[in-house]
Design a protein around this ligand. Structure first.
Ligand SMILES: [Mg+2]
Length: 312
């Protein structure tokens, strides 16, 4: 690759550089988490890492507690997307001098509250100065406990497509203190045989496109079925965009996008532990993700955020 311009280019470049034969690595870069089987173990673990950075993932309106919560919760969401059980975490914080000890303690209080809420032990970390902007990085390990991890690549033509809750408008607040779908992800994997799953971090449009690409299928999403959050509807009153456009493109929803065999769809929709589960479309032969209605269809790839990489 000659030029790296996006997060996707970056992941492809690193994946090529790090690819090697290693029996412990069942899934490498490119999914919500890596899947490993430590030598001598009969069980797999999943590992993920995510950073949140001041003025990229939060701004001055976020409380320190919420920043800490989010730093843990984004990682919990990735473990949830594998159908695994979150277990242990290590973290790294880079803090500028402008951040007081009190404020940093509040960051840690939020982070530990999120860890406690999901029975995660924080087992180590690193603290460093930062010349500009706070950043908090968490590495989270999850346990599969006898349930095969659900990858992005497992969707099959004929499967039905679902999300676990309403989308859009997260910028109005829900992108900070959200509840990662750990319980729902585990139930979808263990009880209902989910074939593919990921969390919606960058927007349904681009994330559905990624799942389609990984599975080698086409996802067809019916526009009338996409659950639109109240926040998306409220934003649309002033943004000049429609509620649906917010639902497709805002991102940081941290709901799960999941495919199930049609034979178990009804049973999953009737599961009292999956009250937010909403059918939005289906998987067919082909490629890409499309939004369809009665007389129109369009590609979904343009809806969502991909972090760009600047050349200096
Ligand atoms: Mg993810």
């Amino acid at each position: 690759m000659s030029r790296i311009e996006s997060e996707r280019d970056w992941i492809e470049w690193v994946t090529a550089k790090t690819r090697r034969r290693d029996a412990r690595v069942l899934v490498g870069p490119g999914d919500d988490a890596a899947v490993l089987r430590p030598a001598g173990s009969s069980q797999e673990i999943v590992v993920t890492v995510d950073s949140i950075v001041e003025d990229v993932h939060f701004d001055g309106s976020a409380t320190p507690y919420d920043i800490g919560w989010k730093a843990m919760a984004v990682n919990l969401s990735d473990v949830a997307a594998m159908g695994a059980v979150p277990a242990t975490a290590v973290l790294a914080i880079g803090a500028p001098e402008t951040w007081s000890a009190d404020a940093l303690q509040d960051v840690m209080r939020g982070l530990i509250a999120a860890a406690d809420a999901y029975a995660v032990s924080v087992v180590g970390g690193d603290f460093t100065a930062s010349p500009r902007g706070l950043h908090v990085t968490v590495t989270l390990i999850g346990e599969t406990r006898g349930v095969s991890p659900v990858l992005r690549s497992g969707a099959n033509p004929g499967d039905a497509l679902f999300v676990t809750g309403p989308l859009g408008g997260s910028i109005t607040g829900s992108h900070l203190r959200f509840r990662p779908r750990v319980r729902e992800g585990r139930i979808l994997a263990e009880r209902h045989g989910a074939t593919a799953m990921m969390d919606i971090s960058d927007g349904l449009g681009i994330d559905a496109t990624r799942l389609a690409r990984a599975s080698g299928c086409e996802l067809r999403i019916e526009s009338a079925l996409v659950p639109v959050s109240e926040a998306a509807a409220a934003l649309a009153r002033t943004s000049g965009r429609t509620p649906l456009e917010h639902a497709l493109g805002d991102g940081e929803d941290f709901e799960l996008l999941v495919t199930l065999p049609t034979s178990v769809s009804e049973q999953a929709l009737a599961d009292p532990d999956l009250t937010g589960l909403t059918p939005i479309g289906r998987v067919v032969e082909g490629s890409g993700a499309r939004l369809v209605d009665a007389d129109n269809e369009r590609n979904l790839e343009e809806y969502g955020h991909e972090h760009s990489i600047r050349h200096g």
